[in-house]
Design a protein around this ligand. Structure first.
Ligand code: ADP
Length: 211
């Protein structure tokens, strides 16, 4: 591993449908790297900033908005996430931090292309991709039925059929986006139908290739 030698950081992104284990794996990876005395930062999208807060209100339904508005706001939130002069991912990476992010632009491609052409979403995120591409995107691929069961055991009210339908569609959209951008992006599809420990090992094997 070349962490000590490298003075530039890295940008590692986790993707997956809800309940796929992203939060779990972000935490494990960050702990592991911190124990190796790497400078590590865990973050997520949408952010806790003003645009991210607006998005959360729209997603929860308290502030109704058109899907195109939401998609545009996600791209704007991402730009803020990258470019904040103090905490922005771009400068963190430039200063040697390994930034691990729960969701980035592939989430937009997978979720928003349910409602609009994926190419539009990719173009709306062009500036973000120009600012910073992930060194690696790790897709935790879990059977949507399993994700749904996990979510059901955590939450009380789920619209089961609608939900599973969306999860299946989003998973398919992710795979379509990976295929579409296979020459521009480094993506590792990790089998997430496995124990937390085995997934963490598979994640580490992939991350070792880029740090
Ligand atoms: P996400 O952030 O992708 O929504 P989480 O990491 O919050 O997913 O995981 C969703 C739920 O599934 C949590 O209750 C978590 O403890 C559990 N979980 C995560 N990974 C696994 C796994 N490999 N096997 C079984 N349960 C898991």
């Amino acid at each position: 591993m070349s962490l000590e030698k490298a003075n530039k950081g890295r940008f590692v992104v986790f993707e997956g449908i809800d309940g796929s284990g992203k939060t779990t794996q972000v935490e494990l990876l960050c702990k592991h790297m911190a124990s190796m005395r790497a400078k590590v930062l865990a973050t997520c999208e949408p952010t806790d900033g003003p645009v991210g807060r607006l998005i959360r209100r729209m997603l929860s339904g308290t502030l109704p908005a058109d899907q195109r508005t939401i998609a545009s706001l996600f791209a704007a939130d991402r730009t803020e996430h990258l470019m904040d002069p103090e905490t922005g991912i771009r400068q963190m990476v430039d200063n040697g931090t390994i930034v691990v992010c729960d969701r980035y632009y592939f989430s937009s491609y997978a979720y928003h292309s349910q409602y609009m052409d994926m190419e539009w979403v990719i173009q709306a995120n062009r500036l973000n991709a120009d600012i910073l591409k992930p060194d690696i995107t790790l897709f935790i691929d879990v059977d949507p039925e399993i994700c749904l069961k996990r979510l059901q055991s955590n939450r009380k009210h789920l619209e089961i059929y609608e939900k599973i339908d969306i999860m299946k569609r989003v998973r398919a959209n992710y795979l379509a986006a990976f295929h579409r951008l296979k020459h521009q992006e480094r993506v590792a599809v990790i089998n997430g139908n496995d124990s937390v420990e085995n997934i963490a090992k598979a994640v580490w094997d992939q991350v070792c290739l880029v740090i």
